[in-house]
Design a protein around this ligand. Structure first.
Ligand SMILES: Cc1ncc(COP(=O)(O)O)c(C=O)c1O
Length: 338
């Protein structure tokens, strides 16, 4: 039985959204993962991985956990390590926001900054993973959860899907899920298969992410997408994959805020856009669930900042539609985000 703050992980609200797409005959629900204590869906994976490793004796109180993360997984691990009396070294790169570094330090994490990208790939991800390996090999009683390949990352999300399935009595036609390590999508997919549900998963990936075989390109929105295909990926995880670019993420976030008063992170904006792009093609009467992985407060200087938006997308026109909704005129935007 869980006690303390970790007992508040999971069992997040599943709310019906009636304002996002009233023109469609669809029952729409959102799983609000921002309600986890560390602020994101990653609390589930962090707790499941570390508590399983403690249980199996792989680690013990006093062990040192080392992981590469610049965002939610780092914060989730920092929180759980603090609670479970584990040391935590978070390997970050210069793109990590000062706010996230401050949160990580507040939970007691040691920050290890990788200053240069990998010389061959030009990517920070590879450089951070090389650094994790180096630290793991040199620090006694240390352990790398390796969120990109650890099946426990996916297993944590059997519970995520179980909560959705129980709330909707197994009647879910479409599940929209963003991807990075593929832990969430794989765990949900495994649950769907194991329980014989007919739910079809709509994967939502970033334009410029390589997970579903697209060429690598510069991406601005953190959280979703990946510059290398995670080991947890499998080609049959989803019925479809919808790619969403950075500006579409921003627009999705603002639509969610204006229509439903939900201040969510970038991947939730991506999921919103992916749903709105495809809603017209779904059979009438469908039940859809959108997973919203985190909250918007950590993106106030970016996704919700007019100056940042103009800086990255050019002279994007701000127009008020007849419904009094903010609308970004993409015809004036610079799609490269330069
Ligand atoms: C904000 C956000 N959205 C989506 C994802 C993707 O989740 P997963 O790593 O389980 O694929 C992450 C993962 O870190 C995230 O932080």
């Amino acid at each position: 039985m869980k006690t303390g703050i970790v007992s508040t992980i999971g069992n997040t609200p599943l709310v019906e959204l009636t304002r996002l797409a009233p023109e469609h005959d669809i029952r729409l629900f959102a799983k609000l993962e921002a309600f986890n204590p560390g602020g994101s869906i990653k609390d589930r994976a962090a707790f499941h991985i570390l508590s399983s490793a403690l249980h199996s004796g792989t680690i013990a109180p006093g062990s040192t956990i080392i992981e590469s993360s610049s965002g939610n997984m780092g914060i989730g691990l920092a929180q759980i390590c603090s609670y479970l009396n584990l040391n935590f070294i978070c390997v970050v790169d210069p793109k990590t926001t000062q706010q996230n570094i401050t949160i990580l330090k507040a939970y007691g994490a040691t920050i290890d900054l990788v200053a240069d990208p990998d010389p061959i790939t030009g990517e920070f991800l590879q450089a951070r993973i090389d650094r994790v390996r180096q630290l793991r090999d040199s620090i006694p009683d240390s352990w790398w959860p390796d969120q990109y390949s650890n099946p426990l990352n996916a297993a944590a999300h059997h519970q995520t899907m179980a909560e959705i399935a129980q709330a909707l009595e197994n009647n879910i036609d479409y599940l929209y899920c963003s991807v990075s390590t593929c832990g969430t999508i794989r765990g949900c997919s495994e649950y769907i298969q194991q329980h014989g549900l007919s739910t079809r998963i709509m994967a939502v990936d970033a334009v410029g992410s390589v997970i579903f075989g697209q060429p690598s390109a510069k991406r601005l929105i953190p959280g979703h997408g990946a510059s290398r295909r995670p080991e947890l990926f499998q080609p049959d995880l989803s019925a479809e994959c919808i790619h969403v670019d950075d500006l579409e993420c921003v627009v999705g976030c603002h639509q969610l805020l204006q229509r439903e008063a939900i201040l969510a992170g970038g991947s939730s904006g991506a999921v919103t856009t992916a749903f709105l792009k495809t809603a017209g093609m779904l059979p009438p009467g469908s039940t859809c669930v959108l997973i919203f992985p985190d909250r918007g407060e950590r993106y106030l200087d970016t996704l919700y900042c007019d100056v940042w938006i103009e800086q990255h997308f050019g002279a994007v026109a701000y127009l008020w539609t007849e419904n009094k909704e903010l609308f970004y005129d993409q015809s004036t935007a610079n799609p490269q985000g330069q």
